[in-house]
Design a protein around this ligand. Structure first.
Ligand code: KG4
Ligand code: ZN
Length: 337
């Protein structure tokens, strides 16, 4: 089955052609980073407008690079949730029109589930495992039994992990996108220079939940309170110390979840899963096998959408053409009283 996958949930305009949920024939990712850089964050109106300009050439390029005829595409899969609503709608409208005009199935895909599927495009991974999803908008620890069967064990109660990276980078003018810039600068820094807090307040049902607003505020506003007097006060040291705290918060919970559940495997996905400290830390856990996607498949891309959709389509599932996009998925975010 040959699937055209489209992903426009945020600031990447991406289209891919994937055969049988595994063979990537093309995966075009047109990033809008330069357009958003002056604002140190994604501006929704700019993002959706650029998607409308880019979607046709990006899909054309994906088909061309795959070296296939348009009429050999069997189905169209598009991110339908969660994400920026205006951006999602561009991919959805295009995908529906394409599928309708060709008379082939259309299916809306959850982009968080697709992030967790990304490493499956590159290797055989057996279930169950602990899924660790860390992106700009979400932070989730899941117990995964199959591609469509998982429990959310923990999530953030406030900011997402990637969001904290982006805010701290913005405050210290470290670069954009924040996660990439902090990761790079951290290599020159001492990650023990600042003792930033790693909140872990939740017990029982909430024991795998995480919180980032305290760490973000500490890194931004209360630098002097967490200062290690022996170290130099530099942006590289702030970056490295913040990165260690931000990653430890969620990685330690994922490791605990794996041990608690008797699972020996953690599969990561999402933009922050590109982080070098996270990868090193996971590699150090000798009792746990950690699986990461390649760097290109960590951030938003059409291949993971096409890849995951194959398994749904194979089970006979598809979406109606009146499917709407959703900005949020309630299961992925907790509202604490
Ligand atoms: O998955 P993604 O492309 O988009 C969302 O679905 O949100 O993730 C983007 C996030 C941004 O917050 C970005 O700063 C972060 O991933 N990121 C990183 C790294 N590369 C990207 N964070 C930490 N370390 C990295 N190397
Ligand atoms: Zn994403």
């Amino acid at each position: 089955m040959r699937i055209l996958g489209i992903e426009t949930s945020c600031d990447e305009c991406s289209a891919a052609v994937v055969d049988n949920g595994r063979t990537i024939l093309s995966n075009i990712i047109a990033t809008q980073i330069e357009a958003h850089r002056p604002f140190y964050g994604v501006v929704p109106e700019i993002a959706s407008r650029m998607h409308t300009e880019w979607i046709i050439p990006v899909v054309k390029e994906a088909i061309e690079q795959a070296g296939i005829e348009e009429n050999t595409i069997d189905a169209v899969a598009v991110t339908s949730r969660p994400g920026l609503i205006g951006s999602l709608l561009v991919g959805m409208c295009f995908g529906k029109a394409f599928a309708f005009s060709k008379g082939i199935p259309f299916i809306g895909i959850d982009h968080i589930e697709a992030h967790l599927y990304a490493p499956h495009l590159e290797q055989d991974i057996s279930y169950p495992y602990i899924g660790l999803l860390v992106s700009g908008g979400h932070s989730l620890i899941t117990y995964v039994r199959d591609f469509d069967d998982y429990d959310v064990l923990g999530t953030t109660i406030d900011d997402a992990c990637g969001e904290a990276f982006d805010k701290v980078a913005k405050f210290y003018d470290i670069g954009y996108p924040g996660g990439v810039a902090i990761d790079r600068l951290s290599k020159e820094g001492d990650d023990r220079a600042f003792n930033f807090p790693k909140p872990s307040l939740h017990k029982g049902d909430h024991q795998y939940d995480v919180s980032y607003s305290g760490l973000k505020t500490a890194a931004v506003n209360q630098l002097d309170l967490f200062w290690n007097g022996e170290a130099e006060k530099s942006r590289a040291n702030i970056a490295a110390s913040f990165q260690r705290a931000a990653i430890d918060i969620i990685a330690n919970k994922a490791i605990k979840a794996a041990r608690d559940k008797g699972v020996k495997k953690i599969v990561a996905g999402g933009g922050v899963s590109a982080n070098s400290y996270l990868r090193r830390k996971m590699a150090d856990q000798k009792d746990i096998q950690a699986i990461f996607p390649s760097l290109k498949l960590c951030t938003d891309n059409g291949a993971m959408i096409a890849g995951l959709s194959y398994h749904h389509l194979k089970k006979g599932r598809q979406s109606e053409l009146n499917l709407n996009a959703s900005a949020r998925v309630p299961l992925f975010k907790k509202n604490y009283p």
